[in-house]
Ligand binder design. Sequence first.
Ligand code: BGC
Length: 492
Amino acid sequence: MGKVTVGVAVVGAAAVCAAAALIARHRMRSSSLCVKAADIVKELEEKCATPTAKLRQIADAMTVEMHAGLASEGGSKLKMLISYVDNLPTGNEEGVYYALDLGGTNFRVLRVQLGGKSGIEFTEFAEVSIPPQLMIGTPEALFDYIASELAKFVSDEGDKFWLPPGRQRELGFTFSFPVMQLSIDSGTLIRWTKGFSIDEMIGRDVVVELASAMKRRGIDMSISALVNDTVGTLAGGRYGNSDVCIAVILGTGSNAAYVERAQAIPKWHGPHPKSGEMVINMEWGNFRSSHLPLTEYDNTLDAESLNPGEQIFEKMISGMYLGELLRKVLYRMADEAALFGESVPPKLKTRFILRTPEMSAMHHDTSADLRVVGNTLKDVFGIMDTSLSTRKIVVEICNIFATRGARLAAAGILGIVKKMGRDTIRDGEIPKTVIAMDGGLYEHYAEYRSCLENTLDELVGDQLAKHVKLILSNDGSGIGAALLAASHSRYL
Ligand code: BGC
């Protein structure tokens, strides 16, 4: 063999070795990144775990806080607000009533013609989204916008809606934020939630603000009832089913209301209601307990929010936040485990870029190659190519957060059922408890909904499961507000 040939052979061998070393290093790095990715998912799974025993502790903590919030104003993180609704609709309500439902990114206006015993004769509604700048602007700008949309809607009222002569139109105002009510038709805002932040409004009467804006727009209508969406849902639910005694909203935000015995409300010093009952708006979104399975992602989400330290339960279970929690985990995995390649895709850094409906679409992807997941990652984050194993990881994280949220919501419901004493057999009979559910998360996120339903059955046990039922009360809150306007009409 000549010298040249030997030299080529040596160089060739060196190149092969270097390439092999590179491949080995690459493999080692890839496998250590895989391990890192698996560790992050495993850690998340452990921290988000909600075994039944933990859920029972959470339910008990909810019951304890309910007692404390009813005992005195400020006695608990749970506000347990008195709604001044001591009678739910009977089904005899009659006439045309309006409702305005403000509480998330959209607001709705609706009118109903109530026909007494013949029920709801007609309804019409319009839905308008709220321009984001109005959510953090001034009270006047927000209420003027709402009033102008209401004015347009009122001007379209057709002949089938009928107002007796000499009467002014009446409206039920669903305002889905914590409000300290002073009567059925007045109340001051305690604080904003769900991304709204208009400081000037805090402490102001929301009915006065809406009424002034309506006057500025020349709308001839009075506001007969101010209700939280949970209270509206309870009223709407009861109208259709006399066993409804709890309402839960799982949408952008989350909350629950229920019917309490007036005697069990030590902080209520008003006249004893004839019905002996009072609807309580719990504001359960603000529930907090050491038993809640909080993670580092929850903590940063909270710290970065407009309301740090508040609405911790809501931030774990509701639609406004689930997508953002998922984004936070994906960001960490991109950064620490190169889940989407060598560099972190820039859009993955944008807060709230991934919405819960997109998370839900990925979670429900049944295609063999998880096409919906791939497309969503592309459309939302601009991540072009993802392997099947990466897509599977994404689905796994969706599942972890949705399961945790749904199971916690079920524990919250158990807490209310217990507070109402409906978890036990009374006089040999098991009372029927129907829970009216509303909100886009519950309505559209099927995995979340079925997990919630199964968990509630699991928590109440076989014997009770048949007697504790969830029903979807679609737009119960709007109709409910109109019904409450009717039952609190000034012409009665
Ligand atoms: C609000 C509640 C409301 C719930 C659902 C929460 O953020 O504080 O008043 O009922 O969202 O809309």
